[in-house]
Design a protein around this ligand. Structure first.
Ligand code: DAH
Length: 344
């Protein structure tokens, strides 16, 4: 019996040794250590042994069992480790591969134009003012010399929120808000960029939301010639040193006199072409001397102070500067359009 046990152990260990997969190893365990296995079989025959032999054989049988169990456990661990290593090898990450490039954004062309204009005016001593897009009727119209029922209100179809509040139709209300803050004392010298809203149907030249930049200078002895000089510098820096400007009489309720400014057409140099519709001039902005009523309503003594104001549309300026034909391009966020204005 002892021989048989030694034989079984040797046989089992050899098999375990040469196994290369987990399933075969499990089969070995079942066949040697299971209830119908040869060791159990040997133990069953123990009843025929003498009382002295029995514990000896029992002891050896247990040792054989332990040896086989241990061998199986070791093999199991080795096979599992090999398995993991194989998986790791086949799933390695190549850290030297180049990563996916991160796509860089770019300035929106309107932001770029607005910042360019801001820089230009900051260089002339202006500060930037910003104000609410949801505005009081009082600031958007009344304090700008447009009382309720004034026909010129119709030029700016508005989105009203309540009877007294609306989405501002222009950045001009910031003239009033700024002057109020100055408590009747000059000088005031600001530009105010921002979004404005009008109830227009969108097409190539209209957008229900667009941007404006307002300018306001109030002090003693401010004259029309100051306005003209400022706008000439602006036009030449923006559109080229050889641009000429011209002021045409116009009407705005908050300025008197009011003008519209044209620049000489860059495409034809004033000869007349499609872009300037044969006139040689292109309209750029509205401006004028601040109306005494506006000064007074905002707390300034109109006998002591005078001022000029102007308002322009960055979309229009960008369209002229870059030859953009449809205002909707600014708002549909097509990257093929926006990315053309990437700054160096
Ligand atoms: N707010 C005017 C508009 O939206 C533009 C404008 C004209 C502003 C003349 C001014 C100005 O400050 O003096 O049509």
């Amino acid at each position: 019996m002892l021989d048989r046990l030694a034989e079984l152990q040797e046989e089992a260990l050899k098999q375990i040794e040469t196994t290369t997969d987990l399933r075969a190893l499990n089969d070995i365990r079942v066949s040697y250590l299971g209830k119908k296995g040869p060791i159990t079989e040997v133990l069953k025959g123990m009843g025929k042994l003498s009382a002295e032999e029995r514990p000896k054989v029992g002891e050896v049988a247990n040792k054989v069992r332990e040896a086989i169990t241990l061998a199986i456990e070791e093999k199991l661990a080795a096979l599992e480790k090999a398995e993991v290593e194989k998986r790791l090898a086949s799933e390695t990450i190549d850290v030297t591969l180049p990563g996916r490039p991160v796509r860089k954004g770019s300035h929106h062309p309107l932001t770029a134009i607005i910042e360019e204009i801001e820089d230009l005016f900051i260089g002339m001593g202006y500060t930037i003012a910003e104000g609410p897009e949801v505005e009081k009727d009082y600031y958007n119209f009344e304090a700008l010399n447009l009382p309720k029922g004034h026909p010129a209100r119709d030029m700016q179809d508005s989105f009203y929120i309540t009877e007294e509040t609306l989405l501002r139709t222009q950045t001009s209300p910031m003239q009033v808000r700024t002057m109020e803050k100055h408590n009747g004392k000059g000088p005031v010298k600001i530009i105010c960029p921002g979004k404005v809203y009008r109830r227009d149907n969108d097409d190539a030249t209209h957008s229900h939301q667009f941007t404006q930049i307002e300018g306001l200078v109030v002090d003693e002895n401010i004259r029309m010639s100051d306005l003209k000089g400022t706008l000439t510098v602006f036009a030449q820096k923006m559109f080229g040193a050889d641009r000429k400007i011209r002021l045409r009489p116009s009407f705005f309720p908050f300025t008197e006199p009011s003008v519209e400014m044209d620049i000489s057409c860059k495409i034809c140099n004033g000869e007349g072409c499609n872009v300037c519709k044969g006139t040689g001039w292109i309209e750029i902005l509205g401006a004028g001397m601040v109306h005494p009523n506006v000064l007074e309503m905002a707390g300034f003594d109109s006998k002591k102070y005078t001022g000029f104001a102007f308002g322009m549309g960055p979309e229009r300026i960008a369209m002229l500067k870059y030859g953009i034909e449809d205002i909707r391009n600014f708002y549909i966020n097509d990257r093929r359009f926006i990315e053309q204005f990437k700054r160096a």
